[in-house]
Design a protein around this ligand. Structure first.
Ligand SMILES: [Zn+2]
Length: 135
């Protein structure tokens, strides 16, 4: 994962900073989980791009955390757009982030449109659930 970050220093989450000054801070320092639900959402997207399984599991609420995460070898992530967010700030204990993540399998293009719920647990944001915003 570090090698792909070196090849392309722009952070995969698309916020416009280098990976080292953006999601790497959240990936490498648990204290940074406390910043905001959106920052954790971006870091989780980058975690999928870089296939950082330990970080993705660590930032998942223990009530909903899967036993493992598998990455599809044919899936290429293309970008993240934050559509909307509610709460999830320094003084909140819950927050939601609506996003669209684009990816492709070969020549087939997809969009994952999800409303994610985050909860602050012992001072740190964790990902709890994701739902289709249309439902
Ligand atoms: Zn980032």
């Amino acid at each position: 994962m570090a090698s792909s970050a070196r090849r392309n220093p722009a952070c995969p989450c698309g916020v416009g900073k280098t990976y080292e000054t953006c999601c790497a801070v959240v990936h490498n320092d648990g204290a940074a989980f406390g910043v905001s639900a959106e920052a954790l959402m971006r870091a989780r997207y980058s975690g999928y791009v870089l296939e950082d399984r330990p970080f993705l599991l660590r930032s998942w609420h223990p009530d909903t955390r899967p036993k493992n995460i598998t990455f599809s070898p044919n899936q290429e992530w293309l970008g993240l757009t934050i559509v909307d967010k509610h709460r999830g700030g320094p003084l909140d204990t819950e927050g939601t982030v609506e996003f669209i993540a684009r990816f492709r399998h070969g020549t087939d293009y997809f969009e994952l449109h999800e409303l994610s719920t985050f909860e602050r647990l012992d001072g740190q944001w964790v990902y709890k659930t994701g739902n289709d915003p249309a439902n």
